[in-house]
Write a protein that binds this ligand. Structure first.
Ligand SMILES: [Zn+2]
Length: 252
């Protein structure tokens, strides 16, 4: 999980053959009509479903470096086609159905991320606000990884107590500690932990091939910057960068 910049809402979200309409105009029309809708959530869903999703995804790929907003797996058309997640669930927040800051691309893995989250809000209790949007928060400073590939909330994360509790609940703990799927997003699913451990090996091998002797801190930093500057981003970019910067934890 990382912060995401969302500077350019799509300029056209109409189905092909129809008059082009920017997302912001579609959102204004929707918000004007919403107060009179007898079923706000149903109206919000049907309005969202009427948008041309490929045009939304085209922009979301660029913003997110073609990675799932939560787990950082690769997302691409038809492999299978990724989902567009409402960070704050549409059913409880119909007014945010077309809000660009609320829309993120998400993998279609059946056991994690949006497929597991569905309409569950990212918060620990009903009295708390939802976790801030990635467009408003530096999640790269909040999430840490162990050298085994496990994800956790960093002790120095810039979060208040309720946000920390919500993020821990969202991520879930490794399955060797709790032997069932857990967490709202299940980001310590064994397949994800193994995949993250594998990319550390990949980075290590690449580094050893490139540098015959000791690699300096500035050289590692330069490679980390290179990884973050790529499009598409490499899968699991956050743990790669943390390994390159030697900031992986040894345990929880
Ligand atoms: Zn995912």
């Amino acid at each position: 999980m990382r912060g995401i910049r969302k500077p350019q809402p799509p300029k056209d979200v109409s189905p092909d053959g129809q008059q082009p309409r920017p997302l912001l105009k579609a959102e204004r029309d929707f918000l004007d009509a919403l107060p009179a809708a007898p079923d706000p959530a149903g109206f919000a869903r049907s309005t969202f479903n009427s948008l041309e999703k490929t045009k939304l995804r085209d922009v979301l790929y660029v913003e997110q470096g073609a990675l799932c907003v939560y787990c950082e797996r690769r997302v691409a058309e038809g492999q299978p086609t990724p989902r567009i997640d409402h960070w704050r669930p549409l059913g409880q927040n119909p007014e945010l159905a077309l809000a660009w800051r609320n829309l993120y691309l998400c993998c279609a893995h059946p056991a994690t991320c949006d497929c597991r989250k569905h309409e569950t809000p990212l918060r620990a209790s009903d009295e708390d606000p939802d976790l801030p949007w990635p467009v408003d928060h530096h999640y790269a400073h909040c999430v840490g990884f162990t050298s085994l590939g496990e994800m956790y909330v960093r002790s120095d994360a810039p979060l208040d107590a309720t946000q920390r509790e919500a993020l821990e609940l969202a991520i879930g703990v490794p399955h060797d500690k709790v032997p069932e799927d857990n967490g709202i997003l299940n980001l310590n699913h064994p397949a994800l932990v193994a995949a993250r451990a594998a990319v550390i090996d990949e980075e290590r091998t690449r580094l050893e091939r490139r540098f015959k002797k000791t690699v300096s801190r500035s050289e590692r930093e330069a490679i980390a910057a290179e990884r973050l500057g790529n499009y598409p981003l490499p899968e699991f970019v956050s743990i790669r960068v943390r390994w390159l910067r030697k900031t992986l934890g040894t345990g929880r």
